[in-house]
Design a protein around this ligand. Structure first.
Ligand code: SF4
Ligand code: SF4
Length: 249
């Protein structure tokens, strides 16, 4: 079902799977930007924290038709009856009407993890341990982003610190609006293949809005009707078909 947007801006991204080469630069840039601590020794794929993971998708064909694509997965910024927002008893998750970004308020989170159960994209992470950095590495932490403590949930927020910086700069220069070039999440800036296009989906002239409407663009689990603002793009039919048939991401 199509929903009319009530949002002033709708920040979103389109990730081009034809371009992504799986290098993982986006994952590193994300962790550095958002003060995600290195994984604990005891952590595994589910208990470690990573706001962005690069998954793989294969076509299961025999050689020489074998093919594989890399799929960066982060919070998909659901817009309609946002699952994590709906279930949180603490109002610790909200959808910002100014930007459409689903944000997390760590101070309110009680760690019940309802939101993790509700998220169809497995994009949320629980802090099983207090974050810690190897000696000296804490000097490279981002002063604009508060680290989260043990016992709460966190996830991608399209680099809120960078949005805040862009707004501060605009205000200092007497502008009400930020220039789109002033707000670019770390993963977008770090990708050497320029696989991630970011911007305001509400601006129909923007590159991201046009790309999201391209016939080769799609959303994961679109049938759930979450209205996610992260889309993917692939010229390969098997990729689009596989994405449409997936039961989970
Ligand atoms: S992808 Fe998960 S964490 Fe992100 S908005 Fe949707 S339900 Fe919430
Ligand atoms: S774990 Fe935190 S954010 Fe998630 S539902 Fe519970 S209180 Fe809300």
């Amino acid at each position: 079902m199509e929903h009319a947007s009530m949002l002033k801006s709708r920040y979103g991204m389109v990730i081009d799977l034809d371009r992504c080469n799986g290098c993982g630069n986006c994952m590193i840039a994300c962790a550095v930007e958002n003060n995600v601590a290195p994984a604990e020794q005891k952590a595994n794929e589910r208990t470690g924290v990573t706001w962005l993971r690069v998954a793989t998708m294969v076509n299961d064909a025999s050689f020489p038709e074998t093919d594989q694509v890399f799929v960066p997965v982060m919070c998909q910024q659901c817009e309609h009856e946002t699952p994590c927002v709906s279930v949180c008893p603490q109002n610790a998750v909200d959808l910002d009407p100014e930007t459409g970004i689903v944000g997390q308020v760590p101070q309110r989170c009680l760690g019940c993890r309802y939101c993790m159960t509700a998220c169809p994209y497995h994009a949320r992470y629980f802090n099983w341990w207090d974050p810690s950095w190897p000696a000296g590495m804490e000097r490279s932490m981002n002063p604009d982003v508060a680290p989260r403590m043990r016992g709460i949930v966190e996830k991608c927020n399209f680099c809120h610190g960078r949005l805040h910086q862009a707004r501060t700069k605009a205000a200092a220069e007497g502008r009400r609006e930020i220039d789109p070039a002033e707000y670019i999440p770390a993963c977008v800036a770090a990708c050497p293949a320029k696989a991630i296009t970011f911007g305001d989906l509400e601006d129909k002239t923007s590159e991201v809005a046009k790309l999201s409407e391209h016939p080769h663009s799609f959303r994961f689990l679109a049938r759930l009707g979450t209205g996610s603002k992260v889309s993917y793009h692939s010229s390969k039919e098997w990729v689009r078909n596989r994405a449409a048939s997936l039961k989970s991401v």
